[in-house]
Write a protein that binds this ligand. Sequence first.
Ligand code: TYD
Length: 131
Amino acid sequence: MEQPQIIQLPKIQDPRGNLTFIQNGNTIPFDIKRVFWIYDVPGGEIRGGHALKTQHEIIISLSGSFDVVITLPNGQNQKFTLNRSYFGLYIPANHWRHMENFSTNAVSLHLCNDAFDENDYSRDLNAYLNQ
Ligand code: TYD
């Protein structure tokens, strides 16, 4: 997968409460090596604002809603609103992203294919756009 896109995850509907799962080997296009989540975001705050040079990521809203804005290498913006926990946004490597418009109690889950590595970050938007 070369483009950012929404992946529909399995949803096991149940009157006792719904269930969604992800496992290595299918469902998503990489094996998961790292998971982190962002929560307690004060109103109006922005997270992200970087590209990952080699790592892929999937972002899921586990609770509430927020927008993920992707700035493509050509400078165009693509906005994805995440508000259902059975949708994952796949972000390929080398795509600038930030997250905004967090609702109260929003929780974003991030799945990555590698361990944290500050050297994999691109934090300069101009350098990213002029690569
Ligand atoms: P960062 O990715 O810069 O957050 P954002 O771009 O949303 O503002 O991460 C914030 C801090 O957390 C930074 O000091 C690195 C640290 N961090 C880890 O130690 N491990 C991780 O897996 C992540 C995502 C961040």
